[in-house]
Design a protein around this ligand. Sequence first.
Ligand SMILES: C[S@@+](CC[C@H](N)C(=O)[O-])C[C@H]1O[C@@H](n2cnc3c(N)ncnc32)[C@H](O)[C@@H]1O
Length: 256
Amino acid sequence: MSEISKSSVVGAAPEGASDPQSAAQAVREMFTSIAPRYDLLNHLLSLNVDRVWWRRTSRTFRHILDHPGARVLDLCCGTGDMTFALRREAAQSAPQILGVDFSHAMLQRASGKSAAFADNGSVPVWIEADALNLPFPSGHFDLVTSAFGFRNLTNYDRGLREIVRLLRPGGECGILDFGEPKGALAALYRLYFKRVLPRVGTFVSGVRGPYAYLPASVERFPQPEEMLARMKSAGFSEATWTPYTFGIAGLYRGKK
Ligand SMILES: C[S@@+](CC[C@H](N)C(=O)[O-])C[C@H]1O[C@@H](n2cnc3c(N)ncnc32)[C@H](O)[C@@H]1O
């Protein structure tokens, strides 16, 4: 497994952004601009497979979610679908689940969808904050997740170190994100992801940019072997990757 040099910085870099600050601002503006159509496009462009991925990820962490005293953080929660999947998996045990995002418009959508959970008094709590600089004490959480959000951070190593900081010893992390499938499906999927998806996304959202950024950001994201090396360098004692749906997506698991 390759060693990561401490000076190498890798992170999201939307077109036109010249430094980490302007990149983060571009990412926030991008998600804010597509917030009204985000859920519709997610389900449409993934043919609803996104729901299966969120559920599968939350099931992986049932052993933590089963504990009523567990503290759970869903980073880059957007409109909350990963957070709600965790909430559903936890069922009666009602651990404390927080969803964090830095786009106010995305969080407003998440909050609007919370009503369905109000009956059993265990609605997730939504917090507007930057995943690279979180307002929580060290060692506070049993589980930190992020679905399709981590890839958008402007500094992956800093994001990983922040997750390690927040986890208690023995705590776990799950990063669900897109990958690039190999084999027979690869060429067909590339055609869809790079040609069809950006056009449909741009047409339905009415916003130019975000749906061209998506395939570019996946291409830029470290391959599993490199990502696992980065997780180990950041302080995870165990790190694994499980491909979902032929590697179109996959779950990184880390244990502190
Ligand atoms: C593709 S969406 C994923 C939303 C949700 N987790 C899902 O599975 O649908 C990515 C989210 O990450 C958020 N995000 C990106 N960088 C962030 C950062 N540095 N801090 C907090 N949120 C961030 C964006 O605002 C956006 O809502």
